[in-house]
Write a protein that binds this ligand. Structure first.
Ligand SMILES: [Zn+2]
Length: 263
């Protein structure tokens, strides 16, 4: 049965119906009910227990709504959808939604196969809306919010752009973290090869020799990225973990190559 009708039918007296109908006209109450319907019983219990402690029942529900999927504008209290960056009523910028993952922040599919061009386009569009420079004439609160929003978008973009960071992030969303060092994930032969490569880089003085190591590492990273894409497509997270551990080693050497070329 449709939730609203179920609520109305459950009211036995005319008086109760009137109370519910009056409540229903309030956007705060209606929003609370619609968004919390699947979990309405614990929600109502929580709100009612708050109301007995605090006389301002609307305040309790409003606070509840602000911390769950249903959000209210911090400035004018209008109801917001999850996708709203700006309040449709007063156009004020809203704080970042902490429940969103980086894929949701940049509005792209939660997959290792992100289209980096599309990612870049969405990132630029968001920064055009959120960059603190565009809020210099706004209130201090809104300037702070734009800083937070912009930082979150930067962090999301930098994580999803790099295959290594994107892979590690996808693993973490699945509750798997890679320890620093990650020696347990790779075989002894691989560790020997990495040691040898490190020695080769340390001994390299000529630019051509350093670049040779750099080219080799880049090739290895490209090949591992290809395998990683396959592992994620097949849902093989254990294989993905091993490949990412190897990528971490090569990525560290790549950083050293870059430093050595600059110095
Ligand atoms: Zn507003």
């Amino acid at each position: 049965m449709e939730p609203t009708r179920a609520l109305f039918n459950s009211c036995s007296s005319q008086w109760m119906r009137m109370v519910v109908q009056r409540w229903w006209k309030r956007p705060v109450i209606r929003g609370f009910w619609e968004y919390s319907w699947p979990r309405r019983l614990p929600c109502m219990k929580s709100a009612v227990s708050h109301s007995t402690l605090r006389p301002n029942f609307t305040y309790s529900i409003r606070t509840y709504c602000a911390t769950t999927q249903s959000r209210l504008c911090w400035s004018c209290q209008a109801q917001l959808s999850r996708a709203d960056l700006f309040c449709p009523a007063c156009t004020t910028l809203q704080p970042p939604d902490e429940s969103k993952d980086f894929f949701q922040v940049l509005d792209c599919e939660k997959s290792f196969n992100v289209n980096t061009r599309e990612l870049q386009r969405k990132y630029r569009n968001l920064q055009r809306l959120l960059h603190p420079d565009f809020f210099s004439q706004k209130s201090e609160s809104e300037r702070n919010i734009s800083e937070k929003q912009s930082t979150m978008v930067n962090k999301a973009y930098n994580t999803l752009l790099s295959p290594l960071k994107r892979g590690l992030y996808l693993l973490s969303l699945n509750g798997i973290t890679l320890k620093d060092g990650a020696d347990d994930e790779v075989d002894t032969q691989f560790l020997f090869d990495i040691l040898e490569l490190n020695e080769q880089l340390n001994d390299a003085d000529a630019k051509a020799d350093i670049e040779e190591v750099g080219d080799f590492v880049q090739g290895q990273l490209a090949s591992l990225t290809k395998d990683l894409r396959k592992a994620f497509q097949q849902g093989d997270l254990q294989e993905a973990k091993i490949l990412l551990a190897k990528m971490k080693y090569f990525s560290n050497i790549q950083d050293q190559v870059k430093k050595k070329i600059i110095s």
